[in-house]
Design a protein around this ligand. Sequence first.
Ligand SMILES: *Cc1c(COP(=O)(O)O)cnc(C)c1O
Length: 377
Amino acid sequence: MLDLRRQYEPLRQELLQAIGHVLETQHFILGEPVAAFERAAAQQLGVAHAVGCSSGTDALWLALAGAGIGDGASVITTPFSFFASISAILRAGAAPVLADIDPATLNLNPAAVETVLEGTRGPAVKAILPVHLYGQCADWTGFERIRAASGLKLIEDAAQAWGAEWQGVKAGSLGDAAAFSFYPTKNLSAAGDAGMVTTNDDALAERLRTLRQHGMRRRYFHDEVGWNARLDSLQAAILHVKLKYVDGWNRARRALAKRYHALFHAAGLVDCGPWPEHGIVLPHEFIGSRHAWHQYVIRVRRRDALREFLSERGIGSEIYYPVPLHLQQALKGLGYAEGDFPEAERAAREVLALPFFPELRDDEQQAVVAAVADFLS
Ligand SMILES: *Cc1c(COP(=O)(O)O)cnc(C)c1O
């Protein structure tokens, strides 16, 4: 699926030097390396503020808490994402409300959100939290239209979308705030856990910086209850080195996606979608959006059998995500049932992520496509 050593090898000297520098200073928490990385990251994304923090999960919580979304608020999000997209809403004290996905992109569908908004009772909806799933921006034109009509806040879960764009604007500066993750498998990755919130709002940025260290502006004087959600200097130093390369890696991802596309078409395996019939449905790049290609995810009917078949041939694959959020054991209390979000449920049965990382070789891609072709024949 992913061989991180191929990224590490050519960067070894540079990374060891950066780590060595932090060790020499013995300044580990929110030091100068954090500030330097934040400045460089904000510049690359074209956003006013970048606030480093301890994980993508904490970035989501910070973005919500910073925007004042807590007790008595509801937040609309997608049932088809990583668990943190919804658990962060609960952790902030708000109530999650779900709306179904668009089967073509697997992202939260603005039309479904509008329907939910018309019918929602209970705590007032204060924000929408779309996820840029697999590295492709959610339909931001649709969400902007809802914001214009309703005044709701838009918070991006951009954990998978470093470098993605919607009509020329980078993920991270589309919404009121955005959350990034630098988990080791993400497009820009730390050597452990790390995350970041971005925003163009000066006051919000200031509040995020306070919230990430126990609501403390002056040492041991606490203005409000925050949390320990800090980024440490070692991770920041490593991320700052990798920041120079991530655009190049994303270009390599784009070329690999194009190549998978061509190979699957040449093999005659492609259904036109959005649902698979006899072959596979390929991931689709929306017009006007620039996909960051975090994952290359196909849809196929006998998904579990294909996964087993690939595994027997030594080919890795992964399911993001096998259980939609409304059917998770931990979220039974939300009161949703099977059948509530048919597109998310169907996607959870059909999606399969194929081996995909910038250093993936041609022969490896060919072997994957040949194996899928054998399975389907
Ligand atoms: C990875 C991820 C997160 C959480 O990030 P962590 O750094 O692992 O806490 C949140 N949302 C999505 C969509 C993710 O892929």
